[in-house]
Design a protein around this ligand. Structure first.
Ligand code: MG
Length: 376
C-alpha cells in the first residue's frame, strides 16, 4: 500500500496514553482495529437501532452492519487516495460505539435527562467507551488506542466538553474543537463515508419497511438520475433489483466523486504532512454538484423517513423508556450492577449504563423496573 505524505503513518503515531512496546507483526493502527473488534461495545452494536428498532425486522441495518458499511466505503476511498486503510477501518468500526439504544431518539432523551449533569453527546461517549468504559486490560481502563484513532472517533464535541478534555489531556483530542482545526484526512474521510452509507441504506430500509415508495424517491435528483438510467438499460427489470441497482450506482458515483474532489483539493492545498492537513481547511469533500445532491437526499430522508409518523410513534415510546430508566436508576442506583451503583458521579454512571444497553436489554429492564411494556 502506497501511503501519501499527508496520510497518517503508524510509525509516526502520536502514540498511546500508556506507552506499549510495538507488536511484532501488526502496525499500531491494525492493533487499534483489532482491539475495537474484540471489544464488548462492538458486539453490542448488532442489537442497537440505526433507524428502525432492532425488533422491527431482521433485515434492517443495525449499528453493526452500518459500521461495517462505513468501513467498506471508507477503505475503498482511502485506497484510491493513498490514505491509511487500517486507520480508516479502525475509526469507522468505532465511530458509533457510544450510541445509546434506540438510535437518535435514545440519545436525545438521554441528553435531556443529563441536563444539569453535563449532558450526553454520543461522539464523546464513543471516546469514553474506548478510553474508559471497556475493562479488558490489567493495568488501565479502556483500550489504550492511538491518538489518531481517538481523534477520528471524536467527530464532534461541544466547546465546554472540549475544554474538559483539554484540561485532562493537554494538546490531546479536545484541542481541535477549541482551535477549530481539522482532524487527519482519515478522520475526515470516515465522516463523509458515514453520510454516504446512511443516505444509501436508509433508502433501502425505508422502501423495505414500506414507509418510502419509489415514486416518492423520484423527487430526489440523486436517486432519480440513476433510477432512470437503470430502467433505460433494463426496461423489463422490476422491484427490488431496480432499487438495488439504483442504490449501487448512487454509491459508486458518490465514491468516485469524493475520490476526484479530494484528489483535487489535496493537490491545491499541497499539505506536506498530516500536521499541515490539520491546519488546512477540510480536504475530503464531495464536488459542489454532488454535495448539493447529497444534501437534498438528506433533507428528503429527514422529512419523509426520520419524521414519518410511524417512526415518530416508536421513537416517542423509546424516549419514554430511556427517561423512565434514567429516573428509576437515579432513585435506586442499586438496581444497576454494583460497579455502576458505587460510582461517585451517579448521574454519569446511570448515563454510561443506559448508553451501553442494547435495544432489547433496555426494553426488558424498563419492563422489569416499571411493570410497563412500551415496545412490545
Ligand atoms: Mg454512523
Amino acid at each position: 500500500m502506497g501511503l501519501a505524505r499527508y496520510a497518517c503513518d503508524p510509525a509516526q503515531s502520536r502514540g498511546r496514553r500508556w506507552p506499549e512496546a510495538p507488536a511484532p507483526t501488526r502496525t499500531e493502527f491494525q492493533r487499534d482495529r483489532d482491539r475495537i473488534v474484540h471489544s464488548t461495545a462492538f458486539r453490542r452494536l448488532v442489537y442497537k437501532t440505526q433507524v428502525f428498532l432492532n425488533h422491527e425486522g431482521d433485515l434492517f441495518r443495525t449499528r453493526l452492519t452500518h459500521s461495517l458499511e462505513v468501513a467498506q466505503l471508507a477503505r475503498s476511498i482511502a485506497r484510491s487516495v493513498d490514505l491509511n486503510e487500517d486507520l480508516v477501518e479502525a475509526i469507522a468500526l468505532a465511530h458509533d460505539l457510544g450510541h445509546t439504544p434506540f438510535g437518535h431518539a435514545g440519545q436525545d432523551a438521554l441528553h435531556d435527562c443529563m441536563q444539569g449533569h453535563g449532558g450526553f453527546e454520543h461522539n464523546l461517549q464513543s471516546l469514553r467507551v474506548v478510553d474508559k468504559l471497556e475493562e479488558r486490560y490489567p493495568r488501565h481502563d479502556g483500550l489504550n488506542l492511538t491518538f489518531e484513532t481517538r481523534e477520528g472517533i471524536l467527530k464532534h464535541c461541544s466547546r465546554a466538553n472540549a475544554e474538559k478534555l483539554e484540561a485532562q489531556e493537554p494538546g490531546g483530542v479536545g484541542r481541535r474543537f477549541i482551535e477549530r482545526t481539522q482532524p487527519s484526512l482519515e478522520a475526515q474521510l470516515c465522516n463523509l463515508a458515514d453520510e454516504i452509507a446512511y443516505n444509501a441504506h436508509d433508502i433501502d430500509d425505508g422502501v423495505r419497511s414500506g414507509l418510502l415508495t419509489m415514486e416518492q424517491l423520484g423527487a430526489v435528483p440523486l436517486f432519480e438520475q440513476f433510477h432512470r438510467a437503470v430502467l433505460a438499460e433494463y426496461p423489463q427489470l422490476r422491484g427490488r433489483r431496480v432499487l438495488f441497482e439504483t442504490i449501487r450506482r448512487m454509491l459508486s458515483a458518490q465514491v468516485y466523486d469524493v475520490i476526484d474532489a479530494t484528489r483535487a483539493a489535496v493537490e491545491r492545498a499541497d499539505p506536506a504532512d498530516v500536521d499541515a492537513v490539520r491546519a488546512a481547511p477540510p480536504l475530503v469533500n464531495f464536488s459542489d454538484a454532488m454535495g448539493a445532491m447529497s444534501k437534498a437526499l438528506k433533507h428528503f430522508l429527514l422529512h419523509n423517513l426520520y419524521r414519518h409518523s410511524q417512526v415518530m410513534e416508536v421513537t416517542g415510546h423509546a424516549q419514554e423508556v430511556v427517561r423512565e430508566l434514567f429516573a428509576a436508576y437515579m432513585a435506586h442506583p442499586k438496581e444497576m450492577p454494583a460497579d455502576f451503583a458505587a460510582c461517585a458521579n451517579i448521574a454519569r454512571s446511570v448515563a454510561d449504563y443506559i448508553a451501553g444497553m442494547t435495544d432489547r436489554f433496555a426494553a426488558r429492564e424498563h419492563a422489569r423496573l416499571t411493570g410497563r411494556n412500551l415496545l412490545a
